[in-house]
Design a protein around this ligand. Structure first.
Ligand code: NAD
Ligand code: 6OD
Length: 492
């Protein structure tokens, strides 16, 4: 069993049940977004390491894992979840080291969901029926058709940095529950929890080669080598739309299936008949939780004119009440962005908003964080006054910011909410349920929340419309992606 502290300081690949530095000889630094200082090193995988990981995953399909019953596999995934919970504090430390997010956030969302993603899909897979049909035949005896689900094979999982454990296990959970094996390439910004999960897999006896991890970047590195690898049967990806396009092109070779969960420019729609306390609280979370780095974040908020001024004033007070700080400080409510590179991007949009004529309601720059000034800190920011064609309104920023605009009619706000190339989520705030249903079905997105935000039921379909993605995961939809359905036709 490796020493966990060492796992955190030197992130190795995890191939065939063994931590390895590989042969590339290349490493890169793991940087704390809180201080901007180095916290460890990460070994970079190139083609030989990816080849080894894919080969291990392929071999494992035919080993003990492939011979287990569904029930045995599900029990094993429950044990994985239990072990994550037993090592909750280790995962919490690793996630906060990598992301700088408040401990209060990671302990309520990231780590519990890391465990739940295994439990929910381990249970679900045992309860999903397959179709069956009786066919009339001319001789009168008939034929029975029934579906059989088989694992797809080796699944490549490419995950982002914003909710590293949550979003990686959201894919690994159903992939393993369906009997596949996986090779995971976590974001280069957040290698730690994915690496730590290898210890968990070994501790509960998951057969070697079922869960593999390779570290590195996208182009000319682990990401590209993995997604282009002919030994990979399907690719599941979460990240930027542009990266999704590159990976979809790679998957075209060999016609491998993809599941794409990509970017968004989500609208929050606040009607004058809402419960304003709940609408402000929910919109605050949707704009600023995780320092605005949630794909569901609402960077475009539309508020019906009678309550516009009050809503803006209350959001301003809320944003100015956020306490920026290190993860471990008990009163921290907002952490830094993921990196100084991302900080430059977000600050460039803060500047652009001014150039495009925005009124800055609050924020708009970087705060003075004293001894933490080397970290990726930006102020929570609210704008008003931009027109719908402004780049700040049209492009995903992925930072702690939102623009609030007034609207006058239901039809107008539906058209404006839909006026984007993306289609991930929308949050609607109203106490008029007829209106809620009427508006919800006219918004071109994968998920609509009414009087809530980021309220997740893992049995439901999850995914984006338009440039926000391809396909659906969650519930039976995830199991459909992760399995190959074949039909058996029996002449009676
Ligand atoms: P990203 O696209 O830069 O990176 C995601 C992953 O892809 C990383 O592991 C990266 O190394 C890898 N990658 C990059 N180029 C690659 C290539 N050519 N081949 C293979 N792999 C490659 O995204 P990010 O910056 O990590 O995450 C933020 C983005 O993710 C935002 O756009 C956000 O909206 C989106 N996101 C979407 C969802 C969703 O469910 N729809 C969830 C979270 C984040
Ligand atoms: O809750 C989930 O299952 C999920 N995929 C969340 C995505 C959040 C985006 O940042």
């Amino acid at each position: 069993m490796p020493d966990t502290l060492n796992t955190l300081r030197e992130a190795c690949h995890f191939i065939n049940g063994v931590y390895t530095v590989g042969t590339s000889g290349r490493t890169f630094d793991d940087i704390s977004p809180v201080t901007g200082r180095k916290i460890g090193i990460v070994h970079e995988a190139l083609k030989p390491e990816v080849d080894a990981a894919v080969a291990a995953a392929r071999a494992a399909l035919h080993g003990p894992w492939g011979k287990m019953t569904q029930a045995e596999r599900s029990d094993m995934l429950h044990a994985v979840a239990d072990e994550i919970n037993r090592r909750f504090d280790d995962f919490l430390e690793a996630e906060c080291l990598d992301t700088g997010k408040p401990r209060s956030l990671a302990s309520h969302i990231d780590i519990p969901r890391g465990a739940a993603n295994f439990k929910v899909f381990a249970d679900l897979v045992k309860n999903v029926p397959t179709e069956s049909f009786m066919l009339d035949t001319p001789d009168g005896t008939g034929a029975l058709n029934y579906g059989v689900r088989k694992p797809k094979g080796v699944i490549a999982v490419i995950s982002p940095w914003n909710l590293p454990l949550l979003l990686m296990t959201w894919k690994v959970g159903p992939a393993l529950a369906s009997g596949n094996t996986v090779v995971v390439k976590p974001s280069e910004e957040t290698p730690l929890t994915t690496t730590l999960l290898g210890e968990v897999m070994n501790a509960v006896g998951v057969p070697k080669g079922v869960y593999n991890v390779v570290h590195g970047f996208g182009p000319d590195s682990a990401g590209a080598y993995l997604t282009e690898h002919p030994g990979v049967d399907a690719i599941t990806f979460t990240g930027e739309t542009q990266t999704g396009e590159v990976i979809t092109r790679a998957a075209a070779k060999g016609l491998r299936q993809v599941s794409m969960e990509c970017g968004g420019k989500n609208a929050g729609i606040v009607f004058a008949d809402c419960d304003i306390d709940k609408a402000v609280e929910g919109t605050m979370r949707s704009a600023f939780a995780n320092c605005g780095q949630v794909c569901f974040g609402t960077e475009r908020v539309y508020v019906e004119r009678p309550i516009f001024e009050e809503f803006v004033a209350r959001m301003k007070a809320g944003a100015e009440g956020l306490k920026l700080g290190a993860p471990e400080a008990a009163d921290t409510t907002m952490g830094p962005l993921i990196s100084n590179g991302h900080k430059e991007k977000v600050l460039s949009y803060y500047k652009l908003a001014e150039e495009e004529g925005a009124t800055i309601v609050t924020g708009g720059g970087s705060p003075d964080m004293g001894e933490l000034n080397g970290g990726a800190w930006v102020q929570p920011t609210i704008w008003t006054g931009l027109t719908d064609d402004a780049r700040v309104i049209r492009e995903e920023i992925f930072g702690p910011c939102c623009h609030i605009a007034p609207f006058d009619s239901e039809d107008e706000v539906i058209a404006r909410a839909n006026d984007t190339k993306y289609g991930l989520v929308t949050a609607i705030w109203t106490e008029d349920l007829s209106r809620a249903h009427r508006v919800a079905r006219q918004i071109d997105v994968g998920i609509v929340w009414v009087n809530s935000w980021f309220l997740r039921d893992l049995r439901t379909a999850f995914g984006g419309a338009k440039a926000s993605g391809i396909g659906r995961e969650g519930g039976v939809h995830g199991l459909e992606f992760y399995s190959e359905l074949s039909n058996v036709c029996v002449k009676l």
